[in-house]
Write a protein that binds this ligand. Structure first.
Ligand SMILES: Cc1cc2nc3c(=O)[nH]c(=O)nc-3n(C[C@H](O)[C@H](O)[C@H](O)COP(=O)(O)OP(=O)(O)OC[C@H]3O[C@@H](n4cnc5c(N)ncnc54)[C@H](O)[C@@H]3O)c2cc1C
Length: 468
């Protein structure tokens, strides 16, 4: 008989419990909050009040772990864009809108299921609860793991939040999925292993979010994601279940304090959202208070680089790596880490470092891509460095070309949704498309017309100056 304990019933904990149930006789998920039996916000998931959605790769994995769950989400009220119809998706990077008039070659790979975090979490939790060998122990605080010896974990210490009673739960495997407030580094230090090296993301944004009801038909899209340029806010508007919408605006904390009311959010939205959407937002009804989340900077704890790690303990989800939430990758990354956990369990649970190294292969490319997306080179830096200028201008040309080129848009979206690795954007065939796109723009009838008009105007100005 083997027991596993999962610490935390967030998305990573739920997914971990699902795969652990294949390999352990009993799996217990311990959670500090009381777990609601309807889609409700809870204290342990403050990010649940902000825009949340699985990327396409995450949706695919969710369906693999829980067959039929995506249809179940839609039947219960989630929105879906699964036919490649881009008229319902608005994505803008800087000043460049992604192509919206054509269809993807492989629409099945880019699917968007839209619903609030409490709604999605509830459906996943119900599926996990239905597994015969998984049980939940909510309203219990994890204090820390227990040990047999320095190199072998034997379970965890819990405190019942109702009675204050302390108990020990024995387990062959303990999985830390307690989110951003990571406790394992301090625990490892106490055991004498030292703390893992930490990498931190450069960006620090604050989020303001408002749940809304928008008059029917006022917004044609289901999903708008806007990553504005330097110094400007980022914005997202998603259709949620029960005819609600979530509006989230992010701005760098160095710029100003995040707005705490709808009027402030609308003022910020004016800097980056299309006019038609602003009109719809002005007629929207707020359904809750504005939620604010600060300190969104990511941390990657490099357990994979440690020399040694105690047996019987693993870490998953935000406890291991919290990504900059602006890119919406956290739950999908947790699902990818769950694949690494499944492989590790299949291979008979050897050295825990094998698991951490496999996880690093999933996290590494996304972490690096985010670092370069987060990095806004200063004007002085751009002037100085030829390489920075070249990189910025190549990316701008690629984004400009994507506006009219569905192949490029699909490539960008597949990488952003973690369907393909970022290396797919370095394909030489794509560079050729970008150059072709630039040439087409240069010689397009509209560019020629603008050029001719400019020449005519200039001639007239010269003629007038000569006549005077
Ligand atoms: C503002 C914001 C927006 C985001 N938007 C997106 C998005 O659009 N898409 C996306 O994929 N990801 C998004 N993320 C990231 C995503 O929320 C996480 O990556 C994801 O939830 C995985 O986290 P987790 O399960 O590791 O931790 P969490 O979901 O944070 O869960 C941790 C759980 O552990 C419990 N816990 C903590 N301490 C204890 C304790 N001592 N005892 C018992 N239980 C404990 C908590 O109550 C909680 O239930 C966003 C994050 C933020 C901050």
């Amino acid at each position: 008989m083997t027991d596993a304990v999962v610490l935390g019933a967030g998305m990573a904990g739920l997914l971990a419990a699902r795969v652990l149930s294949e390999f352990h006789d009993q799996v217990t998920v311990v959670e500090r909050d009381r777990l609601p039996d309807m889609p409700a916000q809870r204290r342990g998931i403050p990010q649940g009040r902000h825009l949340h959605s699985f990327l396409s790769r995450g949706c695919q994995l969710l369906e693999e772990f829980f067959p039929g769950i995506l249809d179940e989400l839609v039947d219960s009220g989630a929105h879906v864009v699964a036919d490649g119809d881009l008229s319902r998706v608005y994505t803008r990077l800087g000043t460049h809108e992604m192509n919206r008039s054509e269809k993807f070659a492989d629409p099945a790979a880019l699917v968007f299921y839209l619903a609030s975090r409490p709604f999605i979490e509830l459906h996943v939790r119900r599926r996990v609860s239905a597994l015969a060998n998984v049980k939940f122990l909510d309203h219990h605080d994890i204090t820390e793991p227990t040990v047999i010896s320095r190199d072998r974990i034997s379970g965890v210490l819990l405190v019942n939040r109702d009675t204050g009673e302390r108990t020990t739960l024995d387990a062959d495997l303990v999985v830390d999925a307690m989110g951003r407030a990571a406790r394992t580094p301090a625990f490892l230090e106490r055991l004498g292993y030292g703390r893992p090296e930490e990498q931190r993301s450069l960006a620090n944004w604050a989020y303001s979010s408002q749940l809304l009801r928008i008059p029917d038909g006022a917004v044609a899209e289901k999903m708008l994601l806007i990553e504005s340029g330097k110094g400007l806010p980022r914005a997202g508007l998603l259709a949620y279940e029960d005819d609600t919408w979530i509006l989230t605006l992010g701005q760098q904390t160095t710029n100003a304090d995040p707005p705490t009311n709808l009027a402030g959010m609308l003022a910020l939205a004016e800097q980056c959202m299309p006019g038609s959407i602003l009109v719809a937002l002005r007629s929207a009804q707020p359904l809750d208070n504005v939620a604010v989340f600060r300190n969104t900077g990511g941390v990657w704890r490099r357990y994979d680089r440690m020399q040694d790690f105690p047996a019987g303990l693993l870490v998953i989800g935000d406890s291991l790596c919290s990504l900059n939430p602006i890119y919406g990758q956290g739950m999908t990354m947790a699902a990818l880490e769950t694949l690494a956990l499944q492989d590790y369990l299949r291979e008979g649970c050897g050295d825990p470092l094998q698991y951490f190294r496999a996880v690093a292969k999933h996290v590494g490319p996304t972490w690096a891509m985010n670092q370069s997306r987060d990095r806004v080179p200063s004007s002085a830096e751009e002037r100085r460095s030829l390489q920075a200028r070249l990189a910025t201008s190549t990316m701008n040309s690629a984004l400009k070309a994507a506006q009219n080129d569905i192949v490029l848009t699909e490539r960008f979206m597949r990488v952003a949704h973690l369907v393909d690795p970022p290396s797919q954007l370095q394909d030489p065939a794509l560079i050729a498309r970008v150059i072709l796109g630039a040439l087409r723009r240069r010689f397009s009838p509209s560019t020629r017309r603008t050029w001719c008009t400019n020449v005519r105007l200039a001639r007239r100005r010269v003629a007038r100056a000569v006549a005077r």
